[in-house]
Design a protein around this ligand. Structure first.
Ligand SMILES: Cc1ncc(COP(=O)(O)O)c(C=O)c1O
Length: 395
């Protein structure tokens, strides 16, 4: 007999999924209804409305695609790119690499620009690539590179891209809801995200948003969208006023997203950004006070995902296992070029709370001490606490 599932309760402090509020889990137990039920149409309308709030956009085409963040990535590329189109892709981590792969599968001519894993792109670098490739139609960048913990500055970027008659595509899988991303103000043309990071819903939906400029591109696309499932010309008819059946929407996932977005709205986006910023800085302070090195320069450090270098002589996998087995804390391993060299500690959405910072620092200190790592003992939590409650103390 296969037994009933017996899943332990974890503290999710990896690169996602993040902890899910009990209200979201409860929403998933809401009765099943049909994907064409008028009540579900209301759910969809409200999901669109709330997504516009978190994306900070008026874009009409703002929907939750069925699938994880990678489906969001594919949605953007398959709907905008024609074979032979030139696209500049910024590669400074694993997800830039994935964008290259997806764009190439669309038959695009991909021009890669590179930065070290952990660095970001300068405006000059992007402008030079545009000048050298005058036929480029799109520039695609990762806003929050989850594989390295770096946050790409966006100020002024879209103006440069637009001045060269190209459009800006942005991966906001890890930034949406955690770091300021103002689609309209920053003039981002197409953006995709995922539900399991700072939105704190389970994985399974990919919010996407498209500017008016991209609608023209879609209308004038020479070739049929290569993916039937992700073809927005049909998906729009389901999410829009036509309500035409396309595929059976994942009903419970939409309930979950609806509730998680309501929670963000209740907190207020600005407050959510402040919480991520403050607790991210607190974690950074604690780790550094302990004597650990952070992988990303302070200027570009993501608050919601911190890459910490593994101290010499320490087996990184053993530390992760002990965190999981003894403390039920999940943190992430390094990927690609950073495999074995870093841990990735997430403070995303509901996981981004004071008690998690303290618990992680205490547990990590104890494990590293037992392993004989050269760290300073008894100082990390105090350093983090000072940053965490600094604002409140001064209020
Ligand atoms: C920046 C970024 N882009 C894309 C993805 C792909 O999302 P998913 O794993 O949900 O398909 C991830 C996942 O971690 C990510 O962090």
């Amino acid at each position: 007999m296969v037994k009933e599932l017996n899943i332990p309760s974890r503290i999710l402090m990896g690169p996602g999924p993040s902890d899910v509020d009990p209200r979201v889990l409860k929403a998933m137990a809401t009765p099943m209804i049909g994907h064409m039920d008028p009540k579900f149409m209301t759910v969809m309308d409200e999901v669109m409305q709330l997504l516009r709030y978190v994306f900070q956009t008026e874009n009409e085409l703002t929907v939750a695609m069925s699938g994880t963040g990678s489906a969001g990535m594919e949605t953007v590329f398959v709907n905008l790119l024609d074979p032979g189109d030139q696209v500049i892709v910024g590669v400074n981590g694993l997800f830039g690499e994935r964008m290259v792969d997806v764009a190439e599968r669309c038959g695009a001519e991909v021009i890669q620009i590179h930065a070290n894993w952990g660095d970001v792109f300068t405006q000059e670098q992007i402008e030079t690539a545009l000048k050298n490739n005058p036929d480029v139609k799109f520039v695609a960048l990762v806003h929050a590179e989850t594989s390295t913990g770096a946050l790409q500055p966006l100020e002024g970027l879209a103006d440069i891209v637009h001045a060269h008659d190209a459009l800006l595509i942005l991966d906001a899988v890890t930034s949406l809801g955690g770091s300021p991303i103002k689609i309209d103000e920053m003039k981002v043309d197409a953006c995709y995200s995922g539900t399991q990071k700072c939105l704190s819903a389970p994985p399974g939906l990919a919010p996407v948003t498209f500017s008016k400029r991209t609608l023209d591109v879609m209308e004038n696309k020479k070739n049929k969208v290569q993916s039937w499932y992700l073809d927005l010309s049909m998906i729009r008819d389901y999410w829009g006023s036509e309500r035409a059946y396309h595929h059976t929407a994942p009903i419970s996932m939409n309930y979950a997203l609806h509730e998680s977005l309501r929670i963000i709205k209740e907190e207020g986006l600005e407050n959510a950004f402040e919480r991520h910023e403050r607790l991210g800085k607190a974690l950074h302070a604690g780790l550094e006070e302990m004597g650990l090195e952070l992988h990303v320069d302070e200027k570009y450090r993501l608050p919601q995902l911190t890459a910490v270098r593994v101290p010499e002589g320490v087996n990184e996998a053993e530390v992760r296992q002990e965190l999981l087995n003894n403390y039920s804390i999940e943190v992430g391993a390094g990927l690609g070029a950073l495999k074995g060299k870093i841990w990735r500690i997430g403070l995303m959405g509901c996981s981004c709370k004071e008690t998690n910072v303290v618990t992680l620092l205490g547990a990590l200190e104890q494990i590293l001490k037992d392993k004989g790592a050269k760290i300073r003992l008894g100082v990390a939590i105090e350093a983090a606490t000072k940053v965490m409650f600094h604002k409140k103390v001064n209020e």
